[in-house]
Design a protein around this ligand. Structure first.
Ligand SMILES: [Zn+2]
Length: 238
């Protein structure tokens, strides 16, 4: 389904009663053609005279660019409503999807049989704010049309090795590199347990992959090597 403004407003009221004890005040709903996120809660961060900050002027934006399963649309609305709940009640979480967010999300998922997630529906501003440093195991894959995609994996050889073994059968895959990076830029990628190729802007990749550690495979053993530069690998990418 492609949601309408009326639909989103009706769902907001419904989930407000069901999941938030009716404690959220209505807010403007704007339908957009946004590409980067299905849902987005925009707001202003206001600084009080005493130096404290409040969030105000909330708007719920829902994208009409994608035709999605209704459950996904509903989960997206609830996801943004959790942000709204936290920010409009002045709750202080450590990050946009910090422990408070995760607790509320897990609670709603359990009590209402939902499948709200953190990963996919993040907005650009949230991603830019996500600076936590963690190690990313990245598969940088180049295809015969010279397009480059990236997959991020959790740190588990039991996941990596079977995937590594299937790469020879991926249609159109012409070359690839396995690397480790601590660059927070890659926090935006969901951790995959299977091959899902994500396109990231090439200029960012060129910048971010100048110094990464290769993963070296010896049979069933994985080790890391000294930093390498993927500039040459990306040179003919488009
Ligand atoms: Zn979010």
């Amino acid at each position: 389904m492609i949601p309408t403004k009326e639909y989103v407003e009706r769902k907001f009221d419904e989930f407000n009663r069901l999941c938030f004890d009716g404690k959220l005040s209505r807010l403007p709903v704007v339908m957009s053609r946004g590409r980067s996120a299905l849902g987005k809660l925009s707001f202003m961060r206001r600084r009080n005279p005493d130096g404290s900050e409040v969030c105000s002027d909330f708007t719920l934006r829902i994208s009409t660019r994608y035709d999605l399963d209704e459950r996904v649309v509903e989960d997206t609305i609830i996801h943004e409503m959790i942000h709204y709940h936290i920010l409009s009640h002045g709750l202080r979480d450590t990050s946009p999807h910090g422990p408070i967010f995760r607790n509320i999300m897990a609670d709603i998922n359990r009590r209402h049989g939902r499948n709200i997630e953190i990963t996919h529906r993040r907005t650009e501003s949230e991603m830019a704010a996500d600076t936590e440093r963690k190690l990313h195991i990245l598969l940088v894959a180049k295809f015969s049309d010279r397009k480059v995609c990236v997959t991020a994996f959790s740190r588990s050889a039991s996941v990596l090795l079977p995937i590594w073994d299937t790469l020879g059968r991926v249609v159109g895959l012409s070359d690839y590199r396995w690397v480790i990076s601590a660059d927070a830029y890659f926090n935006r990628l969901p951790r995959s347990r299977s091959l899902k190729f994500y396109r990231l802007p090439l200029d960012e990749l060129r910048r971010r992959l100048r110094a990464v550690n290769p993963i070296i495979r010896d049979g069933r053993t994985l080790t890391t090597g000294r930093a390498i530069d993927l500039t040459d690998f990306l040179a003919d990418a488009r």
